[in-house]
Design a protein around this ligand. Structure first.
Ligand SMILES: Nc1ncnc2c1ncn2[C@@H]1O[C@H](COP(=O)(O)OP(=O)(O)OP(=O)(O)O)[C@@H](O)[C@H]1O
Length: 237
């Protein structure tokens, strides 16, 4: 289990997170939603080791990871796909996927992993020898996820996967994330907008001003309730 226990973080004097806790089991998909500046990216960066929490602990399968460096965390199976930072446009799809091999504990597993991942993302098999810049924004997002998934992550976090992606491609991206979860990876999806990711999530956490203000399942959050929560007029912890 991923266990985030009561973490706080700040940038100098700017508080970004205040006492956030969450758990994600293998095979589960958690959606974290919240307005601009809520602390969503900071939370992902704390888990991935880029930001050091000022308080609290983070552990993965009982091992404390909140004191580990990002490169060690990648080797321990923690991957963060940041918004907008998708792929290397000059490299082919295959070359981009090969970069994911670096995270494998045994590089000899790469051909098998590549096959598995291409089964999961058939569009990438069709485009394997094309430079990534020739892919659409949505396909590049799929490639970024595929590259992260090749390294057999224990935990895959994806910051705003729908940003800058044509509306019609968003379901494919979310379906890919769902399938990754079904194969046993813990998946965290971060979004500002509510509707698309919510329906595929097992659990939803609403973050505002660095604090978890609500949690539940997608069905617990009709649009009006989320709007209220986003405006900060309701808080039910
Ligand atoms: N590098 C930084 N230096 C200083 N303050 C920062 C930094 N990054 C984020 N912050 C501040 O921390 C708070 C949380 O920001 P964060 O980016 O985590 O929110 P977010 O929910 O991911 O927002 P967005 O949806 O806009 O990405 C905000 O007040 C933000 O201005």
């Amino acid at each position: 289990m991923l266990n985030v226990d009561d973490i706080s973080a700040r940038y100098g004097r700017v508080p970004a997170l205040n006492g956030v806790s969450l758990q994600v089991n293998p095979g589960e998909l958690l959606a974290i939603v919240g307005p601009n500046g809520a602390g969503k990216t900071t939370l992902a960066k704390c888990i991935a080791g880029f930001v050091t929490p000022t308080h609290g602990t983070i552990s993965l399968d009982g091992q404390r990871i909140s004191n580990q460096r990002p490169d060690k965390l990648v080797r321990n199976g923690v991957r963060l796909v940041l918004e907008g930072h998708r792929v290397f446009p000059e490299l082919t799809v295959h070359e981009n996927l090969r970069l994911g091999r670096l995270a494998l504990s045994d590089a000899a597993q790469f051909p098998q992993r590549l096959e598995d991942v291409l089964d999961l993302f058939p569009i990438l098999r069709e485009r394997l020898r094309q430079p990534a810049r020739e892919l659409s924004g949505g396909q590049q997002q799929l490639l970024a996820l595929a590259q992260a998934f090749i390294g057999e992550p224990q935990l895959l976090m994806c910051d705003e996967p729908s940003l800058g992606v044509a509306q019609r491609l968003i379901p494919e991206i979310l379906t890919a994330l769902r399938r990754m979860a079904e194969r046993g990876t813990r998946v965290i999806v971060i979004e500002q907008v509510l509707t698309p990711p919510l329906s595929i999530a097992d659990q939803v956490i609403v973050l505002n001003r660095g604090t978890v203000i609500a949690r539940g399942t997608p069905g617990d959050f009709p649009r009006e309730r989320l709007q209220e929560l986003f405006l900060g007029t309701t808080s039910d912890g």
